[in-house]
Design a protein around this ligand. Structure first.
Ligand code: ZN
Ligand code: ZN
Length: 249
């Protein structure tokens, strides 16, 4: 598997990064994990506008899904005619939510002409060449972390989450654990929203993950400090990702 960080900014875009979007490729199949605001532009640096094969939306916070609304225009009005529906793996109610965000005209075209909605529940299934398992994470809205397996390799993505055993389960013996590290330990943080760098490291250690990639840092976080926190609780390889980075998994 190849993982490309399309966007990694936490909660709102930065000048140097879109919000969450991660492109995973194997056997020529292109799966996008999340499509936050700003992601659609950055995505085209890595894959053709119409070369996505499936989209996975972890939850309906704007920084993880808003560009899937504007992408509707690109597919519906493509110069060569409307594109076939794109498989969309997402929490229940996603298309209805997108329709409200898109502001469809009364009697206007339906979004199920654009997306083939496949509702997420905690389960195992396949997306293209990937074996997939999702679990609910600890976040105020219905949110799914995901474990992808292909060719004996494992990539786990936390989505947004506060501390939870679900992250340990998803990242069990993972080659790469892409984990949010939104908070800094130096301030008091709201409960049940996100993890710190230290907590991301703790989960990676409990899971026995090989490599930890930290993402979704807030704009005012100090990446060096977050990295230090994570290395204090995790002995493996750990980095703070940047937009445009790619990794062989
Ligand atoms: Zn987020
Ligand atoms: Zn969120």
């Amino acid at each position: 598997m190849k993982l490309t960080v399309v966007g990694c900014a936490g909660s709102f875009p930065r000048s140097d990064s879109a919000c969450s979007a991660y492109l995973v490729e194997a056997e020529g199949f292109h799966l996008l994990l999340d499509m936050g605001n700003g992601a659609l532009g950055a995505l085209q640096q890595h894959v053709g506008l119409y070369d996505l094969d499936a989209l996975f939306i972890s939850h309906l916070h704007g920084d993880h899904c808003f560009d899937a609304c504007t992408y509707v225009v690109a597919r519906r009005y493509a110069p060569g005619g409307p594109l076939p529906t794109l498989p969309l793996h997402a929490p229940a109610g996603t298309l209805a939510r997108f329709a409200r965000a898109y502001e469809i005209n009364p009697g206007g075209s339906r979004l199920d002409e654009i997306y083939d909605e496949r509702v997420l529940t905690p389960k195992s299934f396949e997306i293209g060449p990937f074996q997939v398992r999702v679990e609910r994470t600890n976040h105020p809205v219905e949110t799914y972390g995901v474990r992808l397996e292909h060719g004996g390799r494992v990539l786990a993505y936390s989505a947004d989450s506060a501390p939870t055993d679900a992250l340990v389960s998803l990242a069990r013996d993972a080659d790469v654990f892409l984990c949010e590290a939104t908070w800094s330990s130096t301030v008091t943080n709201s409960p049940n929203l996100h993890v710190t760098g230290a907590e991301a490291g703790e989960h990676a250690t409990r899971a026995g993950a090989e490599r930890l990639l930290l993402t979704h840092l807030m704009a005012w976080s100090d990446p060096g400090r977050t990295l230090e926190e994570a290395t204090s609780t995790f002995d493996g390889k750990v980095v703070v990702v940047a937009s445009g980075d790619s990794y062989d998994v």
